[in-house]
Design a protein around this ligand. Structure first.
Ligand SMILES: [Zn+2]
Length: 132
């Protein structure tokens, strides 16, 4: 029962992606491309994606991302609800944290926070204690 539901869901995902591409191809490309727009996809696609950006999101500055070959760049940052690997608590990986991680610390865009702030702080302290 569960497996069947899962496969239905994956079919839906595939369909949505195709539909999205088709819709993207019909969009008039009127949002200016950033200078460092990677050449692997179209201006239409960029315009279509940016139209879908949530109002509270922060636009990603690609010129500040560390180089990557990902075909799905981060278009914008939005608060993400994740659960901590260590304590299991849910925590928010905020849009500002994401911007700092990817644009200032130059972390690879595939990287995500795995631990909550409290656990991260504790780990940092433990590391420092181990060093000293
Ligand atoms: Zn935690």
């Amino acid at each position: 029962m569960k497996a069947r539901r899962k496969s239905k869901a994956s079919i839906k995902t595939t369909f949505d992606r195709k539909e999205a591409r088709a819709r993207a191809d019909r969009v008039k490309p009127d949002i200016p491309l950033p200078a460092d727009w990677p050449q692997y996809t179209t201006h239409e696609y960029y315009t279509w994606m940016m139209r879908g950006m949530p109002q509270d999101a922060i636009v990603a500055n690609w010129s500040q991302h560390s180089p990557h070959n990902s075909h799905s760049p981060i278009f914008w940052y939005q608060d993400k609800l994740l659960s901590c690997r260590d304590c299991g608590a849910e925590f928010v990986f905020t849009k500002n944290e994401q911007r700092v991680w990817y644009e200032e610390y130059k972390l690879p865009i595939q990287v995500k926070a795995v631990c909550c702030t409290i656990c991260r702080r504790r780990q940092r302290k433990e590391k420092e204690a181990a060093k000293g």
